[in-house]
Design a protein around this ligand. Structure first.
Ligand SMILES: Nc1ncnc2c1ncn2[C@@H]1O[C@H](COP(=O)(O)OP(=O)(O)OP(=O)(O)O)[C@@H](O)[C@H]1O
Ligand SMILES: Cc1ncc(CO)c(N)n1
Length: 278
């Protein structure tokens, strides 16, 4: 049998039982980019469109074993991290990224939900800041995470731009994308990129939907997928931004709360960009 060559990406993240964020969304995003998805599960959330009802952390040895099993045999061209939950897990992941020399790492610093609730404690944030983020090709904080990482309040586009520059400098990270999903008014859905050279505003149309669960995971997974395919970082970010916008246009109206973004649009018989699933 012929061996086919395919790009491989790894997601190090939590499981979302509702299928809208975390590992489930990451693997779907990889698949729809024609990238083979591998995973290291950090925690199991009991979650649906209404929220998270329980979180169980995986033992750190199990997380390390998953990463080693994938990288030492299969190898990965890119990776992303999502929900890492606690300091022990963050430290273990940071150590593996270093030892196994995982390149093209996208760090989605999952710390605060879009609604503004802090998900991990201060010690964990410190370890994220010092041990993991400096190893990233790009870090993708949302508005609230960018506030924590920069120490600045963010209420408008100008403050997003300042925060991106401060994070770049203070955390010694290659590139920063401050995401504007949590902004109101004209800033909603506008992201800011800074790589120490170019300060860019990424803008697509605002999608008017309540079903935005998994936008951050989809964006970071799509950046990783594009990096695995060999695109440069700036191209990967632009492509990923377009991808998440389309996924929002095809978001799924399931459950009683905030439904997830939709990844199935390439499979639909007739694509109507104004259509939402219902
Ligand atoms: N209504 C919207 N219209 C257009 N783009 C949006 C909208 N909501 C979010 N986005 C985009 O989705 C991407 C993810 O940003 P967001 O700020 O939602 O991340 P997050 O808070 O990490 O997401 P999550 O809800 O998965 O935790 C960004 O590119 C953002 O601009
Ligand atoms: C498992 C998981 N990862 C990330 C997020 C952030 O959207 C979430 N809600 N759940």
């Amino acid at each position: 049998m012929n061996k086919r060559s395919i790009a491989v990406a790894l997601t190090i993240a939590g499981s979302d039982s509702g299928g809208g964020a975390g590992i489930q969304t990451d693997l779907r995003t990889f698949a729809f980019h024609c990238v083979h998805g591998t995973s290291a599960i950090t925690c199991i959330t009991a979650q649906n469109t209404l929220g998270v009802t329980r979180v169980d952390a995986m033992p750190k040895e199990a997380i390390i074993a998953q990463i080693q099993a994938v990288v030492e045999d299969i190898g990965v061209q890119a990776a992303k991290t999502g929900m890492l939950l606690n300091q022990d897990i963050i430290a273990a992941v940071a150590e593996q990224v270093k030892v196994l020399q995982i390149n093209n790492l996208v760090v989605d610093p999952v710390m605060v939900s879009r609604a503004g609730a802090q998900l991990i404690d201060d010690q964990a944030i410190n370890t994220l800041r010092h041990d993991l983020i400096p190893q990233a090709a790009i870090v993708t904080p949302n508005r609230y995470e960018a506030q924590i990482l920069s120490g600045l309040e963010i209420t408008n586009l100008e403050e997003m731009q300042t925060a991106a520059q401060v994070i770049h400098q203070q955390l010694n990270v290659n590139a920063v994308l401050v995401k504007g999903g949590g902004m109101s008014g004209a800033g909603r859905g506008v992201d800011v990129w800074f790589d120490g050279d170019k300060l860019e505003v990424l803008k697509t149309e605002v999608v008017d939907t309540k079903n935005t669960h998994g936008t951050g995971c989809t964006l970071s997974a799509a950046i990783a997928a594009n990096l695995a395919l060999g695109h440069d970082l700036w191209t990967a970010v632009q492509e990923a931004k377009k991808y998440v916008t389309t996924a929002l246009q095809y978001s799924l109206d399931i459950g009683q709360g905030q439904g997830p973004v939709g990844h199935f649009f390439p499979l639909l018989p007739s694509r109507d960009s104004s259509a939402h699933f219902s």
